[in-house]
Design a binder for this molecule. Sequence first.
Ligand SMILES: CC(C)(COP(=O)(O)OP(=O)(O)OC[C@H]1O[C@@H](n2cnc3c(N)ncnc32)[C@H](O)[C@@H]1OP(=O)(O)O)[C@@H](O)C(=O)NCCC(=O)NCCS
Length: 178
Amino acid sequence: MSLIIRRARVSDAAAITEQFADPAVYAGTLQMPYPNEELWAQRLVGQNPPTAGSSEIVLAAVLDDKPVGLAGLHPVGASVRRRHVMSLGITVSRAHQGQGVGHALMAALLDYADNWAQILRVELTVFHDNQRAIRLYERHGFAPEGRFKAYALRGGEYTDVLAMARLHPKPPQLPATD
Ligand SMILES: CC(C)(COP(=O)(O)OP(=O)(O)OC[C@H]1O[C@@H](n2cnc3c(N)ncnc32)[C@H](O)[C@@H]1OP(=O)(O)O)[C@@H](O)C(=O)NCCC(=O)NCCS
């Protein structure tokens, strides 16, 4: 499988919308059924070109010219004191789940966070029973920090999520002064 990881493009909106129309994808996230292609295109416009000074990024995993996965880092708010924190979201289309696409996206996103974008804490929420996602996050250094009860409605049930986070394993240091 020759998978390419690159920044998501506005022209990916149709493929992304198709991916998010599948309950095997949207049920694991906080997205709604019946996704809107125009809305996805708008979300991707901010990436192209990136807003000056923003470290927000959405990456696409592309196979045979078609996006099959998406992973992004997003600001957690406007607070200056939380500038070191980004929240993470990731999805892989049903047909490509369980084949390492999630691993490839996470490796690229965390390299960007650790080595280029000055991000020290990455946080996320995940449904408590989403074993594949929890496994993926643990493998990339995320640890559970708590459980939110009845956090979101999923298919008619208010469902708990785990809060997970990863601190930079080796934050860059300034050189010693003479
Ligand atoms: C969660 C998701 C992003 C993971 O991506 P993926 O490409 O399917 O995952 P990978 O193939 O890279 O595998 C990740 C790990 O999960 C493991 N795994 C696969 N299927 C599993 C299952 N049913 N239960 C537990 N672990 C599983 C894999 O073995 C791998 O761990 P390992 O490297 O230790 O062997 C993807 O399945 C997805 O998009 N799911 C629907 C949307 C979603 O839930 N997004 C997350 C929102 S928080």
